[in-house]
Design a protein around this ligand. Structure first.
Ligand code: LLP
Length: 433
């Protein structure tokens, strides 16, 4: 099925509720949409469009609700920075006392750039290069989540070369099915992620007295946009069993890292509360005496961000209405990549029956369609529109396709705004060519 036809199907099925009603940090003053104390339309005017706008309060609230639900259990929330790695956003997490989950040397570079200590960082990913492993060792990171026997060999040899012990855990593939779109599900035995338990057990035992590998933990991450607690619980109960088995073999692990994956509400989804998720994890981990690590990404930043855009044109083709906007698939890939439905509303609220239209960007592909047959209402050129739920996997997945400069990113803090990434220029487009 093409992305576009799937959007159409979803849009009709979805009962459209204004996302402002369930998105912390956003509300109306009269008919004007506000992000904290800042008028969204005024921000669009000041910073131009397309632009990403983030609510700091929304991020802080999400972080704190997880943190307090974990209570006294020793824990570290390691924000998965792949969801949004803008330095301005990372600084918000650093100020909250968060830890971080990375998957590349580039992500490590970002964290070092803002002064995050190595012992606040865990390193996941199936394809860490020799250089990345070396960088992680030099930074004395908290944990390497090892994803293959070959990676473990490389980690040991690089550790011996640098004369440091590598704090390591095995990312186990717990063989549970979870996650939204097939592209973002990771914890089943058919996926490339993690190591099966039989192999993992052997590796733990083989390297039990290793000079260079210091077994500190065990980890798993089963998928993303998971909308029930069941798969998390299943994976965690399995992990807990492994921890006990290893303890009986004389390997006492300090950290249990159960990844991220908690889903959020984009339209009509009903994900578990962040606090309920955290409390459930705590319940299973508490009796083990381990320090819990979690790696949430989307659930911390997804709802906090919107993508602002302007209407360029409206047109009708054979009875079908199109709204052509100045943002495109290169600015926000999720609809084209995963058939994801992100509501779009007007920054100026109006009432009455809402006319339907396809909302499309200027890129020369039919897949450059944010929503099909969507009840947007009557709009005119220059009107500001808001695409919701864009804080996670938004800017990090942008490209310059069609030689379009990437959007600006703005952080809202109460009544203030801060440009945390300037809009790319034409010169940026050809830099390095
Ligand atoms: N930890 C590991 C090892 C991961 O691979 C991921 C996400 C996370 C944590 C954070 O998961 P979250 O809490 O955000 O679900 N681009 C896709 C999502 C890819 C997720 C990849 N891994 C999307 O836009 O839906």
């Amino acid at each position: 099925m093409s992305a576009a036809s799937s959007h159409g199907r979803e849009s009709r099925a979805v009962r459209v509720i204004d996302p402002a009603s369930y998105t912390p940090g956003f509300s109306y003053r009269g008919s004007q949409l506000y992000c904290e104390g800042v008028s969204v339309a005024a921000a669009a005017k000041r910073f131009g469009t397309p632009a990403y706008l983030y609510s700091r309060a929304s991020i802080e609230q999400a972080y704190r609700s997880m943190d307090s639900a974990l209570g006294k259990l020793p824990h570290t929330i390691c924000y998965a920075i792949k969801a949004n790695s803008n330095l301005g956003i990372l600084r918000v997490f650093a100020a909250l006392g968060s830890g971080f989950d990375i998957v590349s040397g580039g992500e490590l570079y970002r964290l070092r750039k803002i002064g995050v200590a190595g012992n606040r960082i865990v390193f996941s990913g199936v394809g860490k290069s020799r250089e990345e492993i070396r960088e992680g060792l030099r930074a004395r990171i908290l944990l390497f989540n090892v994803e293959s026997p070959a990676e473990l060999d490389l980690l040991a040899s690089e550790a011996s070369r640098l004369r440091v012990r590598a704090a390591a855990s095995i990312r186990v593939n717990p063989d549970v099915k979870a996650g939204g779109h097939p592209h973002i599900s990771t914890g089943h035995h058919s996926h490339k992620f993690g190591i099966d338990w039989a192999t993992a057990r052997n590796l733990y035992l083989q390297h039990r007295n290793s000079r260079w590998i210091d077994w500190q933990g065990i980890s798993a991450h089963i998928g993303s946009q998971i909308l029930t607690l069941t798969p998390h619980r299943q994976a965690l109960v399995r992990l807990a069993g492994f921890v006990r088995e290893l303890a009986r073999a004389g390997i006492a692990l300090r950290y249990l890292d159960c990844g991220g994956g908690l889903g959020i509400r984009y339209t009509s989804e009903e994900p578990p509360e962040k606090a309920a998720w955290a409390a459930e994890l705590a319940r299973v981990v508490r009796p083990l005496g381990c320090h819990l690590l979690i790696e949430p990404g989307r659930s911390l930043v997804g709802p906090a961000g919107i993508l602002l855009m302007r209407v360029l044109y409206t047109k009708e083709n054979r009875g079908k209405n199109f709204v052509i906007v100045d943002a495109a698939m290169n600015d926000f890939m999720r609809p084209a990549l995963y058939d994801a439905t992100h509501p779009i509303t007007r920054a100026l609220r109006t009432s009455g029956a809402l006319a339907r239209a396809d909302i499309v960007g200027p890129v020369c592909e039919s897949g450059d369609c944010f929503l099909q047959d969507w009840p947007l209402g009557k709009v005119a050129p220059e009107d500001v529109l808001v695409l919701w739920g864009a804080g996670a996997y938004g800017t990090v997945q942008t490209s310059n396709y069609n030689s379009r400069p990437r959007p600006a990113e703005i952080l809202v803090e109460g009544p203030r705004t801060r440009t945390i990434r300037r809009r790319e220029s034409r010169a940026d487009l050809v830099r390095g060519e």
